[in-house]
Each structure stands twice: as C-alpha cells, then as structure tokens.
Ligand binder design. Structure first.
Ligand code: SAH
Length: 347
C-alpha cells in the first residue's frame, strides 16, 4: 500500500481534488502528521469518519520499527530500523553545538563497494522510498521528544547507500523536509554526500534550493582512489572536478570534501600537498575523517599527531581543513557498523 508520507503537499492536494474532496484536506493531514505528529488516520478528528476510513483503506502511515536503539555518553543516538519488507537500515543522530544532525541512509545496502566502508559489506538490495527516508527523521524526532531534546535540525544523507543512485527519492525527501508545512528544515541545513556520481552532481546543480553537497574524495590521485573506491575506475578525478566546477558555476555553494585518513596509505604530507593542488580551483573545505577501523577490513587510523600535521599542511596551503568530531565511539555508531554487527550475530 502507498504511504501517504510519499506525497508532497501539492501532490496530496491534487489527490483530494481528484477524489472530489477539498484540497484543504491535504493541509489538514500535513498538520496532523508534521505538526501534531499523529500517525494514525483514526485520530485525525477534523476529517469525517468516512474520509478517515477511506484513507485507512488506501494509504499506510506506518513509521519504521525500531529494532535496536543505542544512546552514547555524548548523546549520539544510533538506531537500527526495520522497514515493512523486513529490510534493516541504520540511522544516527549527532548532537552538534549548532543543532541535532541526523545521518540518513539512502539505500538498503550499497553497490559502491568502497574498501574502507562497513556498509558495502552488503550489496544494494534497493533504494529507500520517500516515506522510509522521512520515517528515519520522524522516528528520531519521536525519541528526541521523549527525551525532552530538540528535534532534528540538520539532515545529511550520508548513511548507508549512494544517494545519487536513488536520486529522485532523495530529492523529494529533501524537498518535503524543507517544506515549511512539513519538517521545515532550511535548505542550508540539508546535505547530500556522494562518492562522486557526476550525473547526479550535474542534476543537483539545477535544483532550485540552496542544498549542500559533500563529496567523498578520500584520495588525491586516480591511482590511489581506484585502490579504495571502485567508482574511480569509471569516473576519473578529472571528470569529477569538472562536474564540481559546473555545479559551482550554477549553485555557487561551497562544497564539503570528505577525506578519510588511512595510516600509511593517504596520510603523508606528500598526499596533503597533492590534495591542496588538486583542489586549488574548487571553492571547498576539507573534512578530515580519521578512519573508523572496520572489523572485516585491514585499515588503520593514523596517530593524532599525523592527523594534525595533515590538517596543518592543507591549511598552510590555503585549503581550509578541519578534523571531523567523533561521535558515539562507545556504541559502534560509525557507518554501517551496527547493521554489520547485527547480521554477523544472526549468521
Ligand atoms: N555514498 C555516499 C554516502 C555514504 S558514505 C558517499 O560516498 O558519500 C559517506 C561517508 O561515510 C564517507 O565519506 C565517509 O565519510 C564515511 N565512512 C565510510 N566508512 C568509513 C570508515 N570506515 N571510517 C570513517 N568514515 C567512514
């Protein structure tokens, strides 16, 4: 059954018109869902009983089920969610000082096969539907409400999956998140992170919202990138950078470059020099991520000293770089780790 959460407000208005109801019903339903956070049609008391019954028969309004919930000492919340077809998906909340940021998964599994990533241990099964993307935020908000904390204020699609491999649903999700009548999260607080699918980047540049773009780069030349990211065999850094320049011409926004630091692989000062050179014409800043070791893989984290030296080498060359704050290390909050662990235990 179609979820009513898959509908934008204009789509829902069109639906009501079509069935001979006032399009105002759509606003009433949006109000129940996104303002009152009511997730059952029977409680929508300003709709007629007949209409409530009709909606019940035609739409679902189910949120994902929480299978596991972990809260770290630092306030990070990690959820393992079950979708209606049984698919399991991870979602995490990071409490920054500027707000509560949720890391949303875009697909069940992932086909990108990056060597350092726990998510890629499971191949992509399918992209997530709009209601499953929204469901991750709505479930997290419920938990935050119960804990008396502020709701989600920032969304990054940086969980399991490649968002540009599920472009339409991810964009529709962000548009509903942005809608003042829905989640009302400012476009500048919404981010998509991609391993660099140029087709998606070129589409994204034409979206009329000031959404953010983050690129998982992780290497400063093709040869190294190919060793850890299979996508680099299809899309060269040259192609990626020219897509980013195109994006910037139209969107004019600063890009976030993510760079995982792996000991003795991409963490030398020479790597930093090459990275600064590579990005000299891109309006960006670099987010350095000391790798989270994944049990199945054999990548080590550089010393803190080396991480700082790497950052300083970039900053000295005029490339703004910061080290990503770590969250929830006591609850295995890193990418794909919870699901990976769950599936391992089951196996
Ligand atoms: N496919 C998208 C989104 C998912 S991966 C993309 O590639 O951007 C998003 C991020 O997960 C990567 O950039 C990286 O920051 C992080 N990541 C994956 N595995 C990691 C690991 N072992 N340690 C630290 N960060 C990791």
């Amino acid at each position: 059954m179609t979820s009513i959460l898959d509908y934008t407000l204009p789509e829902l208005e069109a639906y009501f018109k079509e069935i001979g109801e006032s399009s105002f019903r759509a606003k009433q339903i949006y109000d129940w869902i996104y303002d009152k956070r009511v997730f059952s049609f029977s409680e929508m008391t300003n709709l007629s009983v007949a209409l409530r019954e009709k909606l019940e028969q035609n739409f679902s309004l189910k949120l994902p089920e929480i299978i596991e919930q972990r809260v770290a000492k630092d306030g990070t919340i990690k959820l393992l969610l079950k979708m209606e077809d049984g698919s399991k998906v991870e979602t995490a909340l990071m409490p920054y000082d500027y707000g509560n940021a949720i890391c949303v998964s875009s697909e069940v599994g992932c086909s990108m096969g990056c060597a350092f990533c726990a998510s890629g241990l499971f191949r992509k099964v399918r992209g997530l539907e709009v209601h499953e993307l929204l469901g991750q935020v709505l479930v997290m908000d419920q938990i935050l409400d119960e804990r008396g904390e502020d709701r989600v204020s920032h969304i990054v699609i940086m969980g399991t999956g490649e968002p540009f491999d599920n472009y339409d649903n991810c964009l529709k999700f962000l548009k509903i998140a942005n809608d003042p009548k829905a989640l009302n999260i400012g476009a500048r607080h919404l981010t998509i992170s991609t391993c660099g699918l140029t087709e998606g980047i070129l589409r994204y540049k034409d979206e009329k919202l000031p959404l953010n773009l983050a690129i998982s780069l992780h290497a400063s030349n093709d040869e190294k990138r190919k060793q850890i990211m299979p996508i680099a065999r299809k899309i060269s850094l040259d192609e990626l950078l020219s897509a980013l320049k195109e994006y910037q011409k139209v969107a004019g926004r600063r890009i976030t470059i993510e760079y995982i630091l792996i000991k003795d692989f991409n963490d030398s000062i020479e790597d930093a020099i090459e990275l600064a050179k590579l990005l000299k014409d891109i309006f960006c800043y670099v987010n350095l991520i000391p790798i989270n070791p994944v049990t199945e893989k054999n990548f080590m984290r550089p010393s803190n000293n080396q991480v700082h030296r790497f950052r300083d080498a970039l900053n000295e060359r005029g490339l703004k770089a910061t080290i990503r704050k770590e969250f929830g290390t006591d609850i295995e909050a890193a990418c794909g780790q919870l699901r990976a662990k769950y599936e391992r235990i089951k196996a």
